[in-house]
Design a protein around this ligand. Structure first.
Ligand SMILES: Cc1cc2nc3c(=O)[nH]c(=O)nc-3n(C[C@H](O)[C@H](O)[C@H](O)COP(=O)(O)OP(=O)(O)OC[C@H]3O[C@@H](n4cnc5c(N)ncnc54)[C@H](O)[C@@H]3O)c2cc1C
Length: 461
């Protein structure tokens, strides 16, 4: 394999095994992933993508695409193939007058929030600032603003892409609308996105947000009242519930550190006095052992969970969608949260109910528009010797909770061993996705991902 011609055609770096930067460049967020690509093309601009695709084709190499490198399955790094790495392309250009952001595919949520908040604008993205905007958006995307403004894809206006033959494509409601439909949830199956255009909304600079922490013994009471409360909560208010061991947060009594707790993470996009009024009932859900809620810059709240989710740990996730959390489901959540196999494991209930549910299931490839909650069992630990125990715990909870879950699944939370779940994740939209895959990538060139198979015959991941 002669990389000389490729190097002459791209502006960015081409890294191969043995190069100083190679080992760092193949690391992703989940330390369970340890793959050795044949080469990594760190693109300097969109023009670097087509030569990389051509090189992979000429040398019969698998191709993978790296945005922020956060996906739990680690599909951004392929074994023995070519990685298109966008970590050098992080620019976010904001047009404040039209409330638009033009975003390169290596930008993290932190890059995005930083740029848009300079204009007191934002759009719904995830809750951990080191996540990449690219993978998050292509799988759907949800976070604190989702109840008010929908999924990330509901705020996506257009993309520039390079297709499987190296051709430039623009997709929006007007241009290539079938492709635009497919990439809003269909992941990296249809091409390589080189720019995203989002619409923005007035947010911040401060929001009203924080944590209220209850003892684990009160989990049933707290969660029962939580699920009633969110039924009538305003869309500007979002509350997620977390069950985990308490980190050593300064506002918690030292005796609670390391003990199982139930945390309500609250977020209100608006005035602090109003927010205070809305969250007041939450305090009566139990005898809180600590609280830290107040006015906080939106960008700071977007980074609040980063210390719990740093890269470099071993992770295994399982998740389900729920239309409602039944008593039986609550019991399972509490039962499994009572036997966390490592201090970093958690079960969280992410609340979607609101604007995301107002969109028809057939309007975008992401189809779980009836999901009001996403429950993720987050297995996270430090040593390989703990793999078996932590993975078994996550799988056991997943199976125990399955009878109470609704249909569909979130592809952005699916591990590498859940390839067979992809079709079910898209429900009735899967057939249309297969048709569009046949049009834009009939050979399944882009298959190192949550793969949509246009037919059963060709090498799916
Ligand atoms: C700690 C943590 C917190 C998270 N929190 C949330 C959350 O709050 N809300 C939420 O919705 N999700 C959340 N996620 C899930 C997140 O949305 C996915 O992990 C997402 O894939 C991350 O995007 P990335 O660009 O960092 O990932 P990568 O691993 O770089 O990319 C994932 C996949 O996306 C595709 N892809 C990436 N870039 C491109 C591109 N330019 N063109 C074509 N295809 C591309 C590829 O198939 C790639 O394999 C979280 C994940 C983590 C690890």
């Amino acid at each position: 394999m002669n990389t000389g011609e490729l190097r002459s055609k791209v502006k960015g770096a081409v890294m191969v095994p043995g190069d100083v930067a190679y080992d760092d460049a193949r690391q992703v967020w989940n330390a369970m992933i340890d793959r050795r690509p044949a080469l990594i093309v760190r693109c300097a601009d969109a023009a670097d993508v087509a030569p990389a695709i051509a090189f992979a084709r000429q040398n019969d190499l698998d191709i993978s695409v790296r945005g922020g490198g956060h996906h739990i399955a680690g599909h951004s790094i392929c074994e023995g193939g070519l990685v298109i790495d966008f970590s050098g392309m992080k620019s976010v250009r904001v047009d404040a007058a039209t409330r638009r952001a033009y975003v390169q595919p290596g930008a993290t949520l932190r890059d995005f929030d930083h740029a848009v908040q300079a204009h007191r604008l934002a759009t719904p993205v995830g809750i951990n600032s080191t996540t990449g905007i690219a993978g998050l958006t292509l799988g759907g995307g949800f976070g604190w603003l989702t109840r008010e403004y929908g999924m990330t894809i509901d705020n996506l206006l257009a993309v520039d892409m390079i297709g499987a033959e190296g051709k430039m494509l623009h997709a929006s409601e007007k241009q290539n609308p079938d492709l635009f439909w497919a990439i809003r949830g269909g992941g990296g199956n249809f091409g390589v996105v080189t720019q995203f255009e989002f619409k923005l909304h007035p947010v911040g600079p401060n929001v009203f947000a924080g944590l209220i922490v209850f003892p684990f013994e009160q989990a049933n009471e707290v969660l029962t009242r939580y699920r009633e409360f969110v039924e009538s909560a305003p869309a500007k208010l979002n509350v997620w519930a977390l069950l985990r061991q308490a980190p050593p947060l300064p506002f918690l009594p030292v005796g609670a550190h390391g003990k199982e707790v139930v945390v309500l993470a609250v977020f209100y996009n608006g005035d602090a006095n109003e927010g205070e009024k809305f969250i007041q009932p939450l305090r009566r859900f139990g005898n809180a052992i600590g609280e830290h809620v107040g006015s906080i810059p939106y960008t700071q709240w977007q980074q609040a969970f980063d210390p719990l989710l740093t890269p470099g740990a071993r992770n295994y996730w399982k998740s389900h969608n729920f239309i409602q959390i039944s008593d039986a489901a609550l019991n399972k959540i509490i039962e499994y949260a009572a036997k966390l196999p490592s201090p970093h494991c958690e079960i969280f209930l992410g609340l979607l109910a609101g604007e995301a549910n107002q969109v028809a299931a057939s309007a975008t490839a992401y189809s779980a528009r009836d999901a009001k909650f996403v429950i993720n069992v987050h297995g996270r630990w430090e040593r390989a010797s703990q793999d078996e125990e932590c993975i078994a715990w996550a799988r056991a909870f997943f199976h125990a909770a399955a009878p109470y879950a609704s249909s569909g699944a979130y592809v952005n939370f699916m591990t590498a061993d859940e390839g067979e779940r992809v079709a079910a994740a898209y429900g009735a939209n899967y057939t249309r996705l297969q048709e569009i895959k046949r049009l834009y990538d009939p050979e399944n060139f882009f298959h190192v991902n949550q793969n949509i198979r246009s037919s059963e015959k060709k090498g799916a991941a």
